[in-house]
Every structure is written in structure tokens, then in C-alpha cells.
Design a protein around this ligand. Sequence first.
Ligand code: ADP
Length: 610
Amino acid sequence: TFGKFVCSKALANETEDVDGKKKVNIKRLISLSYPERFHIFIAFIMLIISSFTNIVSPYFFGSVVDSAVNYTDLTEMNKYIFYLLGIYLLGSLASGIRSWLFEVAGQRVVARLRRQVFNAIIKSDITFFDTSRTGELTSRISSDTQVLQSAVTSNLSMFARYFLQIIGSIIFMFSLEPSLSGLLIGVIPIVSLLTVQYGRYLKKLKKKFQDELAASSVVAEETISSMRTVRSFAAESKMSKEYEINIGKSFDVGKKLAVAQGGFMGFVGMISGGALALVLWYGGKLVHDKKISTGILASFLMYTLQVAMAFAFLSSVYGDFMQALGASQRIFELLDRSPLIKLNSGHVPADEDSFDGSVEFEKVNFSYPTRPQTNVLTDVSLKIEKGKTIALVGPSGGGKSTIFALIERFYDPLSGSITLGSKNLDLKSINTNWLHSKIALVSQEPVLFGGSVKENISFGLNEEIDLEQVIEASKLANAHEFIINFEKGYDTVVGERGIRLSGGQKQRIAIARALLVNPKLLLLDEATSALDSESENLVQEAIERAMKDRTVCVIAHRLSTVRNADRVIVLENGQIVEQGTHDELCSIDGIYKRLVLRQLMSKETNPIDS
Ligand code: ADP
């Protein structure tokens, strides 16, 4: 389109001095609005109409003045007034429609982009989340996308519009009085040059401003989301100071921006005032010498104002576009990132029962991508047999949770293999979404989302679930009783901005959630945090029911759990050091025995035979 042409021309200088990547970015930035081409096309026609009315109105304005001066009868003047009114009306109508259409198109572009960015983020591998800060990611979704809104729709067209307006006005001015126009044309190159320089400076400042702002959002995010910790350490003033420092940095950039904007505004005012005075002085002389009519001078003054204004707008549009280019770079990086572990690659086994819950680790070595030099698992070989309960025990940091993370395929092992089922399906060859529908994880500190109890329990399922099924799972998980005691029962809102549940209640909800999925393999991380004894018993009972007739791997902290397990695996420093039943392991004088004597995880409060 014409807009595209004008813009890519105008931006050519900017593009040449950097690498080709930027060129690609500009193209890609503009192409974001491609799906909105219908809206934009109509809006563009409206823009041409309104620009046209802007260009011709000073001409009629001058004619009104001339007919008022030259004719005794006012019919001629009334005719021009009538035309002028019609032109203004048409222009405003077109402007209104244009503005509405561009706004809608821009909103659509941003909404679509936000969806894409959000999806790209949540489909990323867990390693990505280990290395990214939440505040930074949310600021990509909310503020970086916002910057693009107008840039890719109305700004592009505004660019075209003011460009058009300047050219059109100059042509009209020349046809009215070449000598007067020549005077004005001399000023334009100076203004253009300064405008481009200003645009570049503005872009640099705005990018810096956006970066500083993102840094302070990270502080705000982290403080607010861990308010309890902040409060308990009386760290409010410390966090407040940290935020102040960060905001101070963006404020410093903001001040520079203000100076730049003010300075530029003053400059534009001075130039247009000067140009106006110049036109008035020379034009007045021409009128005085009867070389041009008063009306022509009036038209001329209006054109001069129009050109000056177009320049001012052009520079701000240019600055915005440059800023959008910076923001888009960050967004495109995120969109282009290819996850280390893709969610939907790999095959869905044709036979639903090909995974019976059994898992086998064969000489697995692993270290976290964020700390590649530290071995977390060394030559781990283990078997979780169908229908059995395997307990993982060992000192903290031994690698128990890491084994869960590998079974969930949050990470891939460095070497060795993990296979599933009796047919030894390679974990890496299997569709991870399918895998997650067969495995349920109950973690130590279950996370509840800000929805109803029912929504939280049916979280793991995509289809609509009957309340009956939810109730059934809750009964098994010993959660039904306390849920129906809430005023709104299963519709009670929990989590942030809802009812706060006790640790034991949260765990029972998490167990109900896992039961509803009816997993082939249940991964259970027993809570170490102390619950009151009644809650403890209810949770324990729920866990035992959940484990019944199922393949289970449990990170055990309670003696009763390991006693009931079919096999206990002791992990220390990422290695399996002992393996066997509770009784077998107690008969040798090893780590396990020492752990048992120390209540597995030094839970002294528990009686030894709990
Ligand atoms: P356990 O569950 O037995 O307490 P983990 O599997 O959580 O042990 O941890 C094993 C080791 O891996 C520890 O040294 C821990 O610091 C490290 N670790 C755990 N999670 C991560 C992670 N996301 N990134 C880097 N290192 C980690």
C-alpha cells in the first residue's frame, strides 16, 4: 500500500546504518497488521478524503475572504461558505470513521499479539522459566504489546497522511503564488533534518525508559507476590527503597524525555511562528503592492500552519514507530524461541494402555541447565513396577524431586534413558501432553488457582466435568466434608482473593484433583510441614486411598509410608545408595537405618510408629 511505501522510504536511512535484521523487523512489524487489511484499507480511504479536505479548505477560506472584500453582494461569499462548510463536514466525518477503524484494527492486532506471546510463554520449557523473571514476562505481554498498538495501524497511516498533506499543501501554495512558496520551502529541509535527529534521540530515550520501567515492575511483582515473607521479615522499607531506586532510574530518563519533548515543541513553535511572520511580512508586502489578493494571503497563512503542524505530528509519529520497533524486537525474540522440549511433538501411542504406570530409569545422568557443572543425578537406574508403591527417601538435596521432574519430562537427562510401560516406550518419543494426562503430581505445597473449589479440583481435565464426579473424588480425598461446610460449597472461590485454606485442606484438594484424573502413575510428594494431628490423619487416609491399586512413586517423609511401600530407594547426592523393603534396609547398618532412627526427615514430633 501507499502507506507502506511512504514509510519504508522514510525509514530507509534508519535502516541502512544498521544490519539487515532491522529491515526484517520493520517488515515483520508492519505485517502484524496484515490480517486487519480490510479495516485499514477503508480507514485509509477515509484518511485520503480527510487529507484532501484539509488541503483544499484553505483555498476556499481565501475565496471567502476575497469575495467579502471584493463584492458588494454577499451571494458569492455565501456560496464559498457553503462549500467550506460541506468540506469541513465531509472531513470530520471521514476523520471520525478513520479514527474508529484504526483504533479497532490496532486493538485487534494487540489482542492477537498478546494471545500469541502468552501462548509462546506457556509453551516454553521449564528451563526457560528457571531463567526468566515473571515480572519481565508479564511486562512483555502487557506493556510491550501496547506500544505496538498504534504503531502498526494508525501511525503508519498518519505518516502517509502528513506526508501527503505536506506535499499537497506545497503544490497548492506554488500554484497560488510561487515566490511566497519559495520562501517557505527554504525552511523545510532544516526542519526535516532536525526532526529526524530528534526522532532518533527520542527512540533511544524511550527504549531506555521502557527497560527501566520493566526493571521496576520486576521488583513490584516479586514484592507483592511474596508479601508474607516481606512482612514477616519487616522488609517493607527495604523493598520500598529498592523500588524507589528503580523508579528513580526511569524517572531520570523521563526527565530527559520531558526536556527533549519540551525543547522540540518549543522549536516547532518557534519555526512555525517564524515562518508565519515571514509569510505575513512578505505576503503583506505583496498585498500592499497589489500583486496578490488578501484572500490568497489568508490561504497561504493557513497552508503554512498546516505544513508546520504536519511536521510536528510527523516527528512524534516517527518517534512512536521507532519505539515500537524496539518493543517488537523483544516480542519477536520471545515468539521465535523454540522450546527445548516441545509440548506437542512426539507420538500419541495408539494403544491407550501402552503405558501401564511403570517407569524405568537406565543409567540416567542429569544436571540442571542453569547449573551445568553440578551433577544432580549420577548413573541412576531404577524401576517403578506396575501397581507397586516405590518410596524415595534420603537427605534433602539428594535428587528425589529431580526424579519427579524427569518423569514429568520438565527436563531431559544428559545421558541414559527413561522408558515407560511394558513396551519400553522412550519418554522422549512420546507426546508430552498425552504423558501428562496419564500422570498426576501431588506436590508438597499444592497450588490453588483463583477459581472455585470445583474448578480447582477439575483443573487437570479439559472437558466439562459433572459435579457428581468431583464430589466422588473429594469424598475419597476426605475433602467433601469441609467443602460442603463452606457457604457456597463447591462454588466457593479459593486462592488469591478467595477463601484461604489450611495446609491440610489444600492437600486434600490436591489429592482430589489427582484422583479425578485417574492417573496411571501417581507422583506424590509427602508434606514435611507439620499439620495438626486431625488434619494429618485425614490427609494420610486420603493418601492411602489414592495409592490403592495404583502405581505410585512417593517422596516419603513419614515412616508409615515407607513401611507400606513395596520398595524403598535411598538417594544421596544424586546416587542410589540403598534399595529394598523397609525390613531389608533396616537389617543393614546403612543410611536408611540412620534416617529411620532420625525419623526420616527429623520429624521429631512424630511418634516412631505413626
Ligand atoms: P530433593 O528433592 O532430594 O531434596 P532435589 O531433586 O530438589 O532434591 O535437588 C537436587 C539438587 O538439584 C540440589 O542440589 C538442588 O540444589 C538442585 N536443584 C533442584 N532444582 C533445581 C533447579 N531448578 N535448578 C538448578 N538446580 C536445582
